[in-house]
Design a protein around this ligand. Sequence first.
Ligand code: FES
Length: 123
Amino acid sequence: MYTDIAIDHFTNPRNVGVLEDADGIGMAGDPECGDYLKIFLKVEDDFITDIKFQVHGCAGAISSSSMTTEMAKGLPIMAAFAITEHDIVNKLGGLPEEKIHCSLLGAMALKKAIVDYAQNRKK
Ligand code: FES
């Protein structure tokens, strides 16, 4: 069973879209199911000022992606980097057992977007 919080994020996902002038972009996919997630970041003074996502996936992936962006928005990048799939699942009030792996996409794509930001800044 999905929680009310997860259903809310699935039916009304937050921060869907693309940031054309993103400072960092991260993508994660699950080869088993073919689902994937792309996260776009805007960063100022090492704080995440805007975040958007595109996802192709199941209800678990959509609700996790939406929650990931809500959790990361406004955080210093190091705090956002520390967000784990367990944090995302907890914020959703849980996920059905067979959907817990879907939250990995959010945590992985966010980390990759932050690494991309850090690499872009070095250039
Ligand atoms: S089943 Fe693929 S991410 Fe949910």
